[in-house]
Design a protein around this ligand. Sequence first.
Ligand code: ACO
Length: 455
Amino acid sequence: METTVEDLKPESGTVVKGPQKNDETITVVDNRTNRVYTIPIVEGAIRATDLRQIQCSLGDPGLMTYDPGYINTAACRSTITYLDGDSGILRYRGYPIEQLAEHSTFLETAYLLLHGELPTSEQSDEWERAIMAHSMTHENIKKFLDGFRYDAHPMGILMSTVAALSTFYPESRNVSDPACRRMQMVRLIGIMPTLAAYAYRHRLSLPYITPDPELGYTKNYMNMLWKRLEPKYVANPVLARALDVLFILHADHEQNCSTSTMRSVGSADADPYSTTAAAIAALSGPLHGGANEEVLRMLEEIDTRDRIPGIIAQVKAGQRKLMGFGHRVYKNYDPRARIIKQVAEKVFEVTGRNPKIDIALELERIALSDEYFISRKLYPNVDFYSGIIYEAMGFTPDQFTVLFGIPRTVGWLAQWDEMHRDPGKKIARPRQIYAGEPHRDFVPIELRGRRDLAA
Ligand code: ACO
């Protein structure tokens, strides 16, 4: 009679054949050794370190998983943002993004992301006061800004000035103190619009506008951007609300590239300013937050509808990507893109219609009926429509990713704080599969033959 796994009640390393029925575990048969291992499943995952016991021989370091780009690796437990990419669902602390975009404000959503609950009206007032009280920068920051060339990219300026803040607040290194962490989080959220507005005005050689806490978060930002000689700049309420909604939509998105960077750098206990600067660097890439700028440049290039089929053909031939399309997690319509389309219509009632929206809508229509995009589940992402709104509001394309970075700072900090509260926190340190030369002895220069390096 054949031995089954059930007969043996297998323990790690037992030699068996056949299937096993058991709750919340997985049985792995190593066909190299014919050993079977029972590994617990917790919250839909196995611990990668449980695979280490799977060894071929004594001294074998054990089995690893190979996952470049972390396509199927959970690097943390989090209670902040829920994302179901197949169904197109996004929730912050359980609240659907659609409801927050309709009923909440950016600062209230920021409070929710950081504290886990919506604030009472008293808490909300205190929160807004605290954030706005930190909107002012040290005067030396303005001197740094003056050092940048007139055409410096605003993301480079933002990244550098945020990193520089670590030298102003050396106590921020005390990352294990929750009160210290909170102080820096409030300060960073408060100061981001000011740094962003100063980066904008530096390019235009315009004097910097001192923040006005009375205006509230978004209107104060608009004031710092666009105030000229008028005695009092009055932000258009429709545009201010649109910007606030866009900030809500961009506030967090679980373990994306920049947030993973935030956690990774923060895991070494680096201070939050250096850590946030690293996250800004990741965000600036065109495959991540920098895509909104690339979308606008692509739409500028297309210019007229008759050029769309040519662009689609280039994309299908693998010669270029359709920027603002595709997502690592969403294999359905990005719910944020749906809301942004509605916001766009409201903005255009004030600014006039940005003709690029019609090119974008046509591009989307053609792409969503094309087999290439359907089979790969490529839908518009958050970056596809946001730039069109920003442009209509008066931003230049190089400002778009900054407009992403201001609200995403909240998500980065919420995730960073959560990581520091996690008793299981570990420094990020992935493994590798070494594929290089085996041991070899040093060759003196006169004995070396020429070996041209691969381009
Ligand atoms: N245009 C054309 N084809 C695409 C696109 C696109 N935008 N995105 C993915 N594909 C294709 C790939 O070529 C690949 O095709 P293949 O199977 O024939 O090789 C397939 O779809 C799967 O794509 P991957 O690159 O494996 O997907 P991945 O999850 O690694 O990448 C990413 C996701 C980086 C977002 C990608 O879709 C992309 O580059 N999009 C354009 C840039 C962009 O809009 N980025 C913003 C994302 S949202 C954000 O970060 C805020």
